[in-house]
Design a binder for this molecule. Structure first.
Ligand SMILES: [Zn+2]
Length: 488
């Protein structure tokens, strides 16, 4: 194939090949390599299952990121890909050098297809560097001998057909293929099912793990050793979806043991950067054990965190006190405490933390923390130093007009600020807690003008609490949007 061949001819050639029912592995082995990526794309989108299967079996590149092309699921082509892998495994002789090492089923963009689109456009100078270029986009672990299959898994009570088919297929081939799951999300599955899946997809490969379960603390303790094996986790979200997991202020000895067993696994995460706990009631009074070096087991959380998200449950004063002492938090970029009731707490430790992260913190979410003026006044001196802050949210707190003015005055020099969300001042409500639209519009406008005089806000909004009648807030951003009943 000449370098100057016009793309239209290539397209015609591909169409002719796709019409050829006799196209098999031996014919594919003889085709120019640069023709194959585009041919494969067309075979896949055209649902030519026989050709897809033959092409996977004859694939001459080390990498086949097929998931990027399968964002719209179609079970038959997916099965054809898996059947192609089976044939590939059975082939004794692979005539081309760059034998398949890595099958990527993740449904995300992959550089491979862009590189080869360049070749399709006639830039054949890439031809001699093809393997080098492709290898560049391969993760390190793909360069070993066994074929690796990488996938993201979302385990729900009713798993979709494609994933059911894939899990069964993987289960039967766990001896001959190395399976890696990079991102695993679990939605309410029995623990034993997840343990079976983790026998095929070894926990040490998981980078992102999300646990949204109804498991009680005894089940979590049973699962704990699997969690501990996820040594390469970068991102962890724990979010029990049911109140079944709620544990009162007093726990039994047995519950304590289970909680401690679960928390002790945190010492094994070598490279955790993003940690989120949503409604994890049993961690109240135990944050230090999760984050501390001197915690349950020496060496908890080896790396500094970029994201800490503790939301929708109440932490204790001792939890908050530890925020100011924990070096693992001193490089935070994102702090999310939405829905954490702070009304009864002394926020001085939070102020100390904000001072420590003043050069790194980019986003701060303190929605629905029920803070009052006396809380915000503690935080303002530290907030004014957070030079990297680009996004703040203080929706659903109880602040008066003077303290909001004070806040805006003190954050005037934060030049990176993109998104600012404030709760509407208390002066907007009448004695019965209903919003007075007149005060709301007038006070919000005044604050926006005030801020405009200090710096150019990019996106600023004010919102009232949820209206007790219709359950919606009134919002002022580019315009006023009143709650449902105020619109009438
Ligand atoms: Zn309303």
């Amino acid at each position: 194939m000449s370098a100057q061949t016009p793309p239209t001819l290539l397209k015609l050639a591909r169409q002719a090949l796709l019409r050829d029912e006799t196209l098999d592995m031996s014919a594919l082995d003889k085709l120019p390599m640069e023709l194959l990526p585009a041919l494969f794309k067309e075979a896949l989108t055209g649902r030519h299952t026989t050709t897809v299967k033959a092409m996977v079996a004859a694939w001459p590149f080390p990498c086949l990121p097929v998931g990027a092309l399968m964002k719209t699921p179609y079970l038959e082509t997916f099965k054809a890909v898996l059947a192609g892998v089976d044939t590939w495994l059975q082939r004794k002789f692979h005539p081309r050098r760059g034998k398949l090492q890595f099958l990527d089923l993740r449904k995300k963009y992959h550089e491979f297809w862009s590189i080869w689109a360049g070749v399709e456009d006639g830039d054949c100078s890439v031809e001699n560097q093809d393997e080098q270029q492709v290898v560049k986009v391969l993760p390190k672990y793909a360069l070993r001998l066994l074929l690796k299959v990488v996938a993201d898994l979302c385990l729900r009570p009713r798993v979709d057909d494609e994933q059911t088919c894939f899990l069964q297929w993987a289960q039967q081939r766990k001896g001959s293929i190395q399976f890696c799951c990079m991102k695993m999300t679990i939605w309410i599955q029995p623990v034993h099912v997840i343990k079976e899946v983790l026998k095929v997809f070894h926990p040490e490969h998981i980078r992102e793990f999300e646990l949204n379960t109804e498991w009680n603390i005894f089940m979590l303790a049973w699962f704990a050793p699997c969690l501990g094996q996820m040594r390469n986790l970068h991102k962890l979200l724990l979010a029990p979806v049911s109140k079944n997991i709620k544990i009162g202020n007093r726990t039994t000895d047995m519950e304590d043991k289970c909680i401690n067993k679960f928390i002790s696994q945190f010492s094994r995460f070598n490279c955790l950067q993003h940690l989120s706990f949503r409604r994890v009631y049993f961690l109240r009074n135990r944050i230090k054990r999760v984050l501390s070096k001197q915690g349950w087991r020496a060496g908890c959380l080896m790396t500094p965190l970029e994201t800490l998200s503790i939301t929708h449950y109440n932490i204790s004063q001792s939890d908050l006190n530890y925020f100011s002492e924990c070096p693992k938090l001193f490089q935070l970029k994102h702090l999310d405490m939405k829905g954490v009731g702070l009304k009864a707490l002394d926020l001085m430790p939070l102020r100390v933390l904000l001072e420590k992260v003043a050069d790194t913190l980019q986003s701060l979410d303190m929605k629905c923390c029920r803070m009052k003026d006396s809380h915000l006044i503690v935080l303002i001196p530290a907030l004014s130093k957070c030079s990297q802050l680009a996004k703040v949210s203080f929706y659903c707190n109880d602040f008066s007009m003077p303290i909001l003015r004070n806040l805006l005055q003190h954050t005037a020099n934060l030049s990176k600020m993109n998104v600012e969300q404030y709760s509407a001042p208390l002066e907007c409500y009448d004695d019965f807690g209903y919003v007075s639209t007149e005060s709301f519009t007038q006070l919000c406008q005044e604050m926006k003008c005030r801020l405009r005089a200090l710096r150019q806000p990019k996106y600023i909004s004010f919102a009232t609490n949820m209206c007790p009648r219709c359950g919606e807030p009134c919002v002022y951003d580019q315009e006023f949007r009143l709650c449902h009943c105020q619109q009438r």
